[in-house]
Write a protein that binds this ligand. Structure first.
Ligand code: F6R
Length: 616
């Protein structure tokens, strides 16, 4: 949540910062602001609403030229999305400008202390207190902003990435991080700070990871990293393995449409290099110790939202392949009960961003109990993989649309690879069984491609149901998390009431929701899989149809038995049961995207949401 950019170099800072904010707008879009240093003064412009509003303001009231600047795009926590609450915040004396991502949990006490000592606060944010604290700390450290930042960070509780500037030192930007993301871009005669590498990848692909509780001192000709006490620390360099074009729309109207279309490639990339010539799974970079994996007695998946749905799909497969119990826990609930995990548990944290605060806190809790931890993550160098014992990257490429699509499919693939690796290490499957499943996985990029080729009728259906007040999704077995995912996509994009249910659970209450004309989307299991699942769902379809529902079946090619029972059928290729989520989710993504478009919504940036949720 919130996107942060800082720049020091030779270029016009404003252009670099605004371009960076455009790439980070997915992180929050309630307001945006920039500050530059010119002639020994801070110049700030900020505006409620999307970045476009700030750009209009900058057109009307231009900023002076400057080669040092910072910028922020906000997802509001403390204080509504107003001009006043937009960042940067400036100290009363005009000495320090600061931008922030996270929540300063002791802000009320700090605010009271500042007010008592006569400071007039001009916003309702937690961030503003930092600007005043920095300005007050400067005289005690001979005006040295990095040292003032050290002093202030010691006083803050909670999660924060902070970036600050002081016009008395106009070629310096200082950053600090605890529990929120901040990366450094290393250029030639210029350097960058940002919440995500996307902000500066068009300028440099060389970056530095910052660790927990670190401060970074950025000038055009160099970068220094220290801890909160000023001791120098080594930051890990990494290079960005995608270029700026991967974060462009590439001819599509929407990032979401582009990312849906990229799914065959994303699935192929998630598999690439992970199956060796002997048809064995190799997850070399994962740092998995087979001896440890042989000793574990349970698996716990922690994740949020779509990533949790990927975990629910993986549960069916991993339990089947390894005979280990797999619990899937919403990360936000995990650490606030008393979860039973220990050294014999493998805790798998699934996260596209690698920064989701709920998942990070659950991961830390699991580690504190002695559990073995593994991250399934898309963002190289992010906090969750850095803090896990092992990592399997999904390699989906940058996902910009707020609604997750290609990340979901690749999370399933990565979790399946982990499940098969466990089965391989523990000897719970014959090698030829594993080979068969790997062959099924290898077919999936082509099958997802086939779905995309035949998905057009879904758009027409979405238009037909644009005025529905509620849409229900039903599934069984791995189709159940797919139903949850279809409902989540519809809620977040079309702002419609939508719910996913296990089809068998319907008669225990939710069937009362069915009335004439309610659309019910049913993920139909393969009739070639476990026939009983197919037969049962046909009965469930009849139950809802008898009560007036309009049934849209997502069914396999060749499943003619469904024809008499469905009002509409969307076909997906013949696929083994455990692979079905990789094809049956795609029409649901397209359905939600199209319906939101018909309603005139901003599909890539739905209201109230942000892509990377870095607050609890
Ligand atoms: C929904 C969506 C969210 C995320 C969730 C976890 O489309 O994108 O539900 O899946 O916020 O995010 P990550 O995977 O970054 O931890």
């Amino acid at each position: 949540m919130c996107g942060i950019v800082g720049y020091v170099g030779e270029k016009q800072a404003l252009e670099v910062v605004v371009a960076g904010l455009r790439r980070l707008e997915y992180r929050g879009y309630d307001s945006a602001g920039v500050a530059v240093i010119s002639e020994g003064r801070l110049e700030v412009r900020k505006k409620a609403g999307k970045l476009a509003n700030l750009e209009t303001l900058l057109g009307q009231d231009p900023l002076p030229q400057s080669t040092t600047g910072i910028g922020h795009t906000r997802w509001a926590t403390h204080g509504g999305p107003t001009d006043h609450n937009a960042h940067p915040h400036v100290s009363e004396d005009g000495r320090v400008a600061v931008i922030h991502n996270g929540i300063i949990e002791n802000f009320a006490a700090l605010r009271a202390e500042l007010t008592e000592s006569g400071v007039q606060l001009s916003s309702e944010t937690d961030t503003e207190v930092v600007a005043h604290l920095l300005a007050r700390a400067l005289p005690d450290v001979a005006g040295d902003l990095p040292r003032a930042m050290q002093a202030v960070c010691h006083r803050l509780e909670g999660a924060f990435t902070l970036v600050a500037m002081d016009p008395n030192d106009p070629t310096l930007v200082v950053g600090a991080r605890r529990n929120s993301p901040l990366v450094v871009g290393l250029g030639e005669g210029e350097n960058f700070l940002a919440s995500d590498v996307a902000a500066f990848v068009e300028h440099t692909r060389n970056a530095l990871e910052l660790g927990q509780d670190q401060i970074v001192i950025v000038r055009a000709d160099g970068v220094e990293v220290t801890d909160f006490s000023g001791n120098a620390v080594e930051a890990a360099p990494f290079s960005i393995d995608w270029d700026a074009s991967a974060a462009e729309k590439g001819g599509y109207d929407l990032f979401m449409l582009k990312e849906i279309a990229e799914q065959p490639k994303a699935v192929a990339d998630a598999l690439r290099g992970r199956i060796n010539a002997e048809h064995r799974i190799q997850l070399d970079e994962a740092n998995l110790d087979d001896a440890v994996l042989r000793d574990i007695t349970k698996v716990v998946v922690i994740a949020c939202g779509t990533a949790a749905h990927a975990g629910m799909v993986a549960k069916y497969a991993i339990e089947h392949w390894t005979r280990l119990p797999v619990d899937v826990e919403l990360a936000s609930e995990f650490r606030y009960r008393d979860p039973i995990v220990g050294p014999d548990s493998l805790v798998i944290a699934i996260s596209q961003s690698g920064e989701t605060m709920d998942t990070l806190m659950a991961l830390r809790h699991a580690k504190a109990q002695g559990a073995r931890t593994l991250a399934i993550c898309n963002t190289v160098g992010s906090t969750i993989p850095r803090e896990s014992d092992a990592v399997v990257y999904t390699y989906a490429g940058p996902e910009i649309a707020v609604a997750s699509t290609k990340a979901f499919l690749t999370q399933i693939v990565a979790a399946y690879l982990v499940g098969l690796y466990l089965a391989q290490a523990r000897g719970t499957m014959f090698e030829d069984e594993i080979r068969g499943i790997l062959a099924d996985l290898a077919d999936m990029p082509q099958k997802v491609d086939l779905v995309l080729d035949t998905v057009e009728p879904v758009r027409a259906l979405a238009q037909e149901f644009a005025n529905a007040t509620s849409v229900l999704f039903l599934g069984r077995h791995v189709g159940y998390p797919v139903a949850l995912e279809g409902a989540l996509k519809l809620k977040e994009l079309a702002y419609m009431h939508a719910e996913g249910f296990p089809a068998g659970e319907l008669k225990h209450g939710p069937i009362a929701l069915i009335e004439d004309g309610v659309p019910v989307i049913v993920v139909v299991p393969s009739p070639r899989g476990r026939a009983v699942l197919h037969d049962k769902i046909v009965s469930n379809i009849q139950e809802v149809r008898a009560r007036g529902a309009v049934v849209i079946a997502i069914a396999e090619e060749g499943d003619e038995s469904i024809v008499p029972f469905a009002d509409h059928i969307i076909r997906v290729p013949e696929t083994p049961t455990l692979m079905q989520p990789l094809v049956s989710t795609v029409p649901l993504q397209v359905f939600a995207c199209e319906l939101a478009t018909v309603k005139g919504h901003d599909v890539d940036q739905p209201r109230n949401l942000a892509k990377s949720v870095t607050v609890e």
